[in-house]
Every structure is written in C-alpha cells, then in structure tokens.
Design a binder for this molecule. Structure first.
Ligand SMILES: [Zn+2]
Length: 405
C-alpha cells in the first residue's frame, strides 16, 4: 500500500517528521481510517516561542474528521505530542492538519465554511452527518477571525435597524455601511447603549465616531438619544422605508377600527400596506372595487400614497413645499391615527428632509431588512441569537474569510 500512503500524505500536506503509518478501508461501513505518526526521537517547534528543537514529553491520541473519500467518512488518527520547551515548559505542539481543540482537519473546516456561505447549517449537517452544534462552532470561529481583522477606517455613512430572530425573541441591532451595503456590527438590544457598543467597536477597527457623517435609522427615541450622545457630529436621517412603515401602522389602525363596523374590509390588511405595483392581480381587482367606496381606510391609504411622492422631488425646496401641502391634507383628514402620525413626522422634520442632502438612504435599509427577513425564514435552525448573528455576518458582512487550503 505504499502508493496509497504517499497519495494520502500528499493530499494531507504532511511533511516530515509526520508520515502515514497505516490505512484501513472498511468498505462495508463506508469508512476510511488513516493513522499518522512520527518517528521516535522526533523534535517539534514550541508553539509559543518558536524554539525549533523541542523534545517530546508525552502524547495523547486524537481523531479528526476529514473530507469524505468517495462517500466514505474519513477519519485521521494520530498522537499529538506535548513538548518540553527550555523557555516555556511543557506545551502542546501544533499539528499541520488541524487547529488546536478542533475535531476536524483544516480542509474539512474549509469545506464546512464554504458550504455555509450558501447552504443552511441543517442541510450541511445532514449531508456530512455532523451534528449542527459542531458545524456552528467551526463557522463562528472563521467569522470571528475575519471580524477581528475588519477595517472600518473608510466608513462614513451608517444605516441601522433592529430585528429579532423570531417574534417575541430578544432584539438585535444591525449596523451597515450605507455606501457598500456591508454589515459591520451587530449587537443585542435596541436601546441607546447599542450606539455606545458600536462606537467602541468602531475604535477597535481603525475607525472613530468623528468620521461618521450620517446615520440613517427609524424614529426610535432610544436610537436618537444614542446617536446624539455617541455621534454628536453625525446628522440623523430618517429614511423613507421607516417613515412609510410608521405611516402604514396608522393606515392599519384606521382599517382595524373601520372593519368593526364594515365587514367588507375583512382580510384586506396587506392591500393597504403594499404599493399598488407590488400587489397580485387578484389583490388589484379587490383594491379597485374598494377604492371607489366612501371608506375612511381609502382616505388614509391615499394620504399614504401622497406621502410617498415626497421622496420623488429633485430638490429640497420643492419637497418642503410639497410636504406643507401634504401636511395640511393629512391633519385635516379627521382620521385621528393619521393626524397623529403626520404630527409625529413634523416633529422629526429635520431628519426627514436631510434625505435631500445626500439621497443615499432609500432602498438600502429596505434591502437589508428583506435580506434579514429571508434569513429569519430559517430561524428554527439557528437555536440561539449568537448563531443568527454569525449567519448575518457570514452572508452580509463581506468578510475576508481566511480559509485553510
Ligand atoms: Zn517555547
């Protein structure tokens, strides 16, 4: 079997003193076992001070799962030496095929992370017959390594949004670089402290709060307070996506109240929340029938469509003049929820009109939001918020993953 041993030694990138001592191919069990070893008297480098010539103190036998070999699960077995270093004392030597404490070879880890970029962890678990907990551990390791090295020195504009893994679960706040769409920071909670956590993280990655010119978010008082405290030089922009979302809640309130006395509105919730262009044919027909009726909900809906026009203006002055007219319309609608929402918008006017000073915000937070929504579709598979956060970074962090080759 000399040829097979040479082949596997090359495939595993083994160099002296490591060699393959035996191979066992269990056809029936679909299993391949490879034993690696080193000759008596071999010396190893110290993992701490790189003293090259350390004697072996003792060994422990370990097993690592390797890449499948033609649908045979492949395991590597070997003795890991503990060495005696004259400078550092007894230390565990590094082996060239695996990370310390990992039960996988480096190549197997590379494959796992490669799969995780497009597949669900549960699918990988099934495909490779590995418990998902172990897969998450590998993926988090490489994501964390890449995050440590991330550089935020050129980030100037931030969009932030809150979300949760599942309804009723703890909130997390996600920070994205608006110019690149890269998610650069995620933390638990949705209060003002998320901004101080972000400020700290920015400093740890060659950045500083002073370099952030704009922050784009919803009208939550907690975010506004956090930005004012931690990023006093940044301007705040309330983006279209969040403004419309807030206004949609008012439209929905009008519909809910009216539905109590007018059953025709039953099951029409989504028709009023979406734009006509994103409705199905059936919904459009339904909307067409309802729009001609004298309904409060129709009035509220038209005011919402009117608000959307605001972002289509070319310049700030024209938009401002339009908003004044819209505001009169909304506040004279005799629809309490709409009046309240319009007044709330006026209170946040500076942040809303700021859009016309840079115009980048539209679409980005909405895009991020829908991406996170699609990740949430697999919420059950995440088991905890840490895994959910790892997955958002992996898919949207534009990480420079350093994978073994
Ligand atoms: Zn040493």
């Amino acid at each position: 079997m000399v040829i097979a041993e040479d082949l596997f030694r090359a495939a595993l990138h083994l160099t002296a003193p490591w060699y393959i001592s035996s191979i066992n191919f269990a056809e029936g069990e679909r299993k391949l076992d490879i034993w690696v070893d080193f000759p008596k008297g071999s010396r190893f480098p110290c993992p701490e001070c790189n003293n090259l010539d350390c004697e072996v103190h003792d060994t422990t036998t370990r097993t690592w799962r390797h890449l499948d070999f033609f649908e045979h699960q492949t395991f590597l077995h070997g003795r890991i030496p503990r060495i005696i270093c004259p400078n550092c004392g007894v230390r565990q030597a590094k082996v060239p095929w695996a990370r310390e404490r990992s039960g996988f070879t480096l190549l197997m880890e590379a494959l796992i992370v490669f799969f995780a970029q497009t597949m669900q962890i549960s699918q990988i678990s099934e495909k490779l017959h590995i418990k998902d907990k172990r897969i998450w551990r590998v993926v988090s390791h490489y994501v964390e390594e890449a995050l440590i090295k991330a550089d935020f020195s050129d980030v100037k504009s931030i969009g932030l949004d809150e979300t949760s893994r599942r309804k009723g679960h703890e909130y997390i706040t996600v920070f994205a670089d608006i110019n690149t769409g890269r998610i650069i920071f995620i933390c638990k909670g949705k209060d003002a402290s998320t901004l101080s956590a972000f400020s700290k993280d920015l400093k740890e990655h060659n950045g500083s709060p002073e370099q952030i010119k704009d922050i784009c978010c919803d009208m939550s008082p907690a975010f506004i307070k956090g930005i004012t405290d931690e990023f006093p030089l940044s301007s705040i922009i309330f983006d279209k996506f969040h403004v419309i979302k807030l206004f949609n809640e008012a439209v929905d309130e009008v519909r809910r109240l009216e539905q109590l006395i007018n059953r025709i509105l039953k099951n029409t919730r989504y028709i009023w929340l979406k734009n006509p262009s994103s409705l199905t044919k059936k919904q459009l027909t339904e909307l067409g029938g309802l729009k001609d009726m004298n309904l409060k909900t129709v009035r509220a809906y038209n005011i919402k469509l009117g608000l959307q026009e605001f972002w289509k203006f070319e310049d700030r002055e024209a938009a401002e003049a339009y908003f004044k007219k819209w505001y009169y319309w909304a506040t004279h609608s005799k629809l309490p929820a709409i009046v309240k929402a319009a007044k709330n918008l006026k209170k946040h006017w500076d942040g809303i009109i700021s859009y016309f000073d840079n115009r980048f915000s539209n679409g980005l937070l909405e895009g991020l939001n829908s991406m996170i929504q699609s990740l949430k579709a697999n919420a059950r598979g995440y088991r905890n918020d840490e895994n959910f956060i790892t997955m958002i970074y992996l898919r949207q962090g534009q990480l420079k993953l350093v994978l073994p080759t």
